[in-house]
Design a protein around this ligand. Structure first.
Ligand SMILES: Nc1ncnc2c1ncn2[C@@H]1O[C@H](COP(=O)(O)OP(=O)(O)OP(=O)(O)O)[C@@H](O)[C@H]1O
Length: 221
């Protein structure tokens, strides 16, 4: 299994009631799930817990056969850098750095590759993602939104994660770019046997997934 939640609760500090209360939920290796729900239902909180940014308040969270709930924040950060790719709603790229520099930074935190291998891997990824090479060195704020989102995928993949988490990654894209992005993402996920957890309020994106669930069916919080 890639992810197993068992009696997991999460509440923000000073909150009386839990935002998340999930008895049992799991994602198999190389499985792709789409989770939807309206604004405020806890989607970002769930992804925060799964990526180890937020610690569970109680219960067991196991990812790639390792218990996350017992780890401190430094251990969770290292686990995330090595095993989880995260594509954010607003991309979260550093605007004045180039595509190459943004991707290098993500690799720095995992510290897995030699400089030479990293350069090769970045070149391969950006080529696979159809980024014209003249755009690789310019500050990403000068790229189109569609190109920035492709840089964000490359950054999420540079450490060869087994699990990819995507939080409304198409919300800034227009229709044509959105479809192109989804097709590209799903082909990369299939080629690399990645587990994918994709959350959105946009049900039209569910067509790309076999497994589609409402967060309200999983979460009693
Ligand atoms: N830092 C925080 N401190 C306290 N409460 C929070 C915090 N962040 C979120 N919440 C609350 O937790 C609940 C779930 O929020 P969350 O951001 O996870 O929802 P969401 O489904 O991702 O919403 P959206 O689709 O608008 O991003 C909301 O009631 C929100 O007010």
């Amino acid at each position: 299994m890639s992810i197993v939640l068992s009696d997991v609760t999460f509440h923000y500090p000073k909150q009386t009631s839990a935002v998340l209360n999930i008895c049992a939920w799991s994602l198999a290796k190389a499985e792709q799930a789409f989770i939807y729900g309206p604004s405020g239902c806890g989607k970002s909180t769930l992804l925060g817990v799964l990526s180890g940014i937020l610690p569970v308040s109680s219960g067991q969270l196991t990812m790639l056969d390792q218990r996350i709930d017992g780890m401190n924040s430094r251990q969770r950060n290292r686990f995330r850098a090595n095993n989880i790719g995260y594509v954010f709603q607003q991309f979260n790229l550093i605007p004045y750095l180039s595509a190459i520099e943004n991707i290098r930074l993500a690799s720095y935190f995992a510290n897995k590759l030699s400089n030479h291998q990293l350069t090769n891997d970045i070149n391969t990824l950006l080529t696979t993602l159809n980024m014209p090479s003249q755009d690789w060195g310019v500050p990403v704020r000068q790229l189109s939104l569609g190109q920035q989102q492709r840089v964000a995928i490359a950054r999420a993949l540079i450490n060869k994660p087994s699990v990819l988490i995507a939080d409304e990654p198409t919300s800034s894209l227009d229709h044509a770019n959105r479809d192109a992005f989804m097709a590209l993402l799903m082909s990369i996920v299939a080629e690399n046997n990645l587990s994918l957890l994709f959350v959105s309020h946009d049900m039209s994106l569910s067509q790309y997934f076999n497994r589609v669930e409402a967060l309200s069916d999983i979460n009693q919080g």
